[in-house]
Design a protein around this ligand. Sequence first.
Ligand code: NAD
Ligand code: HSO
Ligand code: ZN
Length: 454
Amino acid sequence: MRRFDTRRQSLDEIRAALRRPLLWDVPVTGRARATLDRLFGPGTTPLEAVRRILDSVRREGDAALVRWTRELDRVEMPPGELWVGAERLQAAASDPSLASLVPPLRAAAAAIERFHRRQAPAPVFEESAPGIQVGWWPRPVRRAAVYVPGGLAPLLSTVLMGVIPARIAGVEEIVVATPPPVHPGILLAARLAGADRVLQVGGAQAVAALAYGTESVPPVDVIVGPGNLFVQLAKREVVGIVGIDALAGPSEVVVMADGEAPSGWIAADLVAQAEHAPDAAAILVSDSEPLVEAVLAAIERELSTLARGDLARSALEAWGAAIVCRSLDPEGVELVSTIAPEHLEVVAQDAIALAGRVRSAGAIFIGPHSPVALGDYAAGSNHILPTNGTARFASGLGVHTFVRASAMVHASPRGLAGMAGTVQALASAEGLEAHARSIAVRLEADDRRGGERR
Ligand SMILES: NC(=O)c1ccc[n+]([C@@H]2O[C@H](COP(=O)([O-])OP(=O)(O)OC[C@H]3O[C@@H](n4cnc5c(N)ncnc54)[C@H](O)[C@@H]3O)[C@@H](O)[C@H]2O)c1
Ligand SMILES: N[C@H](CO)Cc1c[nH]c[nH+]1
Ligand SMILES: [Zn+2]
């Protein structure tokens, strides 16, 4: 883990060192780099590759999905099998080897459902002036797709986090998209959550199919869900053709802890997010140097026992940081606010007040008994959250993600007459005579009819 200390370095220096590259500037290494070089030519950037994938799916449809699935996922998928068949979904639901997954999935689903029901936006109607009613009428989108990552781990909990809010919003058709081979637990979760279909295509090619449509994939209105660099870049490219949720990329956690925090628990929470992906970020901010030392030692012990220890270690080496600061407030608060992390854990005296002082974070976990893993699975809050500083302006997924609203206006003849002067004055000021006319023709007609201005 990189080490920083505000007693020896300025906050600006530390901020600059911690800054993550923007999504389209993220350097790719290792296998991902080799794949890009092989398929698209040496030095191709992820954004260039994503644009090529999107373009080919738009032009060639299913044939491109089959080709990219072969090249990127190494799975041979005939066009007729892009959707998981009903029998396979049914089989997952009655698979005895998955039976022990049913109670935890149901418990998590119930908590997510209970909490998200409270988020359903209610219509607003009111009289804004005598005889003028205005309204805000939220309605669900017709079709939504939930992307469920499957490259490094089959995130079956993500199925619940995406599908349940869409269902509560009232979306007519909800599809799940995930890379093949699809883990049967994802199929089981899709059934339990109420998804209509599962598309066994992943990466940028899935986003392209869902945005543009292909022979066998109808286009959707909204594409949501977490995923790696390629998935998030693709989502960003198709904005405007479809709606998206936030850019929910590689996982992040920042833990703010004082000297009393249990070092072993903090270490476990940092490693937990680091085990998601080699580009996950885990950062400790503390006003206690002994605590930082104890956490670093505990991380080493954790890594040596975990199956995904090597993966977590590479994430911690590349994107991890331990920062000793003179104070949690204001110094720690200032640093964390500029990071705007996906997850923030606060394990310190006055944790609630301290958390309240941080300007931006996708989800906040307060106190020593609130590890991020609770929110990842079953607390009821959503785990599809903005990353890479985008919590400055974006929120996690919720029922609102699947809803857009129509504004409504109804006026009586008297209401129109009462507001006419205001509208005509503003229309004239803008030089838009026809706007003013659209009011005048009505007033004149009403006058001719003899005062219909009730
Ligand atoms: N922010 C959140 O809310 C949140 C929640 C859960 C998971 N996550 C993150 O989601 C990510 C999941 O990533 P993943 O890789 O496991 O699964 P993924 O499904 O997102 O990505 C796998 C797909 O990426 C594509 N791909 C891989 N290498 C490629 C290359 N070189 N060129 C083009 N396409 C390529 C392939 O099509 C593959 O099917 C992790 O980073 C995890 O931290 C974030
Ligand atoms: N921590 C992830 C969001 O960054 C969500 C997740 C799914 N499964 C486990 N964790
Ligand atoms: Zn997680």
